[in-house]
Write a protein that binds this ligand. Structure first.
Ligand SMILES: Cc1cc2nc3c(=O)[nH]c(=O)nc-3n(C[C@H](O)[C@H](O)[C@H](O)COP(=O)(O)OP(=O)(O)OC[C@H]3O[C@@H](n4cnc5c(N)ncnc54)[C@H](O)[C@@H]3O)c2cc1C
Length: 379
């Protein structure tokens, strides 16, 4: 039994758990975060740290991402997190890709974005781009943090500046307010938010099963510095068929047909390209997508080959040496980008099901905390 009692217990210290802890602490609540591992070690530290606005699904997700981006910008200097990059450059190599970019720019989501001519991009990007580059979508909205540094920094800031209690190497077995039963005893809390990431079995397994979730395994790489500073994070044609903000546009159908015929292996491995750069100049590059009930630990080498191939096509030069390789797993649903469920009074279950938790987490957290404690506490 832990002596102190809390207004809110958050299960899981990934980015979704931390976002809820921050929004609740900001609202004056006494908050505890309970984490199974010594520190968050899952999707939240394995991702690109790319807070993506442009390309998010039209409507709710796009709006949540804009709000989450603003919260990251507000929190980063206070928590001592570096914003490593700003903005997105999406290179387009075909008339079909350009048609998607132009259609996107004509929507409300295109606000603040613009189309760059190849020469304009090459001038910004030290001559980057292949010979077939047709144009580049530039979005100023994105931020990028180095997740493996940012998540521990956010955790330390919540603990030190906001007095959030962290219980590490502690598993929550049961959450029935005002009590949580853990592997180290009972914690008292008036409300609980469960942010379990891809753990579908420890808490509310039947409830989670009713959402028919699957898991997605992604392959990621760290490459040596290319010897230049990128103007922002980069994406390419394949991303236009993957991110729902583009892929739901009617123009994306012709592009997908073309790319499936020309790059079938990339589609088999669910490969598209994100290139992000850290303060040390190194590149975080990915990714692939393999879906399963329980993804195996055996990632195909072909996925890495396809990622590096797309890098060369988009950048117009070969990739620098690979320094690190890893995989990450996140929850996926076919019918929603995230779920907020109430398995019992005073408990919320929050799972991002679209691989966008770094981009939307703070926005989702404001919704959930407002719902639990009253909308007035959130602003
Ligand atoms: C390779 C990769 C790249 C990605 N790139 C991006 C990107 O650039 N931008 C973006 O927006 N999103 C990206 N995503 C998605 C994003 O990382 C996830 O949506 C997000 O990290 C999910 O956060 P989470 O806190 O829900 O889960 P997690 O990070 O998995 O954290 C859940 C935590 O809960 C703990 N836990 C679970 N159950 C219990 C329990 N019963 N008791 C105690 N602790 C428990 C776990 O130990 C874990 O630490 C990417 C994901 C991957 C894998």
């Amino acid at each position: 039994m832990f002596s102190q009692s809390y207004d809110l217990a958050v299960v899981g210290s990934g980015v979704i758990g931390l976002a809820h802890a921050y929004v609740a602490a900001r609202a004056g609540k006494r908050v505890a975060v309970i984490e199974r591992d010594a520190h968050a070690n899952g999707a939240s530290i394995r991702n690109f740290g790319f807070v993506t606005v442009t390309g998010q699904e039209r409507g709710d997700s796009w709006r949540l991402a804009r709000r989450a981006r603003d919260v990251w910008a507000e929190v980063a200097p206070k928590a001592g997190l570096g914003i490593e990059q700003q903005g997105l450059f999406l290179t387009a190599r075909s008339a079909e890709a350009m048609a998607v970019v132009e259609a996107f720019l004509a929507t409300e989501m295109g606000e603040g974005c613009r189309l760059l001519a190849p020469g304009e991009f090459r001038a910004l990007g030290d001559g980057l781009g292949g010979p077939d580059l047709k144009g580049v979508l530039h979005s100023p909205h994105e931020l990028r943090v180095e997740s493996r540094i940012a998540i521990p920094a956010l955790t330390a800031w919540l603990e030190q500046a906001w007095g959030v209690g962290f219980f590490r190497e502690t598993v929550v077995f049961e959450a029935t307010p005002p009590r949580l039963r853990t592997s180290r005893g009972t914690i008292e809390a008036g409300a609980t938010i469960v942010c379990p990431g891809d753990d579908f079995v420890t808490l509310y397994p039947d409830r989670i099963a009713s959402f028919a979730l699957r898991k997605c395994r992604l392959s990621m790489l760290k490459l040596a510095s290319p010897g230049l500073r990128l103007p922002g994070a980069l994406m390419s044609d394949l991303s236009l068929t993957r991110y729902r903000g583009y892929s739901a546009l009617p123009e994306a159908r012709a592009l997908e047909t073309k790319l499936r015929a020309e790059q079938p292996s990339h589609f088999d491995n669910g490969v598209h390209l994100i290139v992000a750069q850290g303060a040390d100049g190194g590149l975080i590059v990915g990714d692939s997508h393999h879906y399963d009930h329980l993804p195996s630990p055996f990632a195909p080498a072909a996925a890495e080959r396809d990622i590096l191939d797309e890098y060369a096509r988009a950048m117009g030069r070969g990739a620098p040496p690979v320094l690190e390789r890893w995989t990450g797993v996140y929850a996926v649903a076919d019918d929603r980008s995230y779920l907020i469920d109430t398995p019992e009074p005073g408990v919320r279950l929050v799972i991002v099901t679209s691989g966008t938790g770094a981009s939307t987490g703070f926005g989702i957290a404001e919704k959930v905390i407002g719902d639990l404690f009253g909308a007035e506490v959130v602003t």
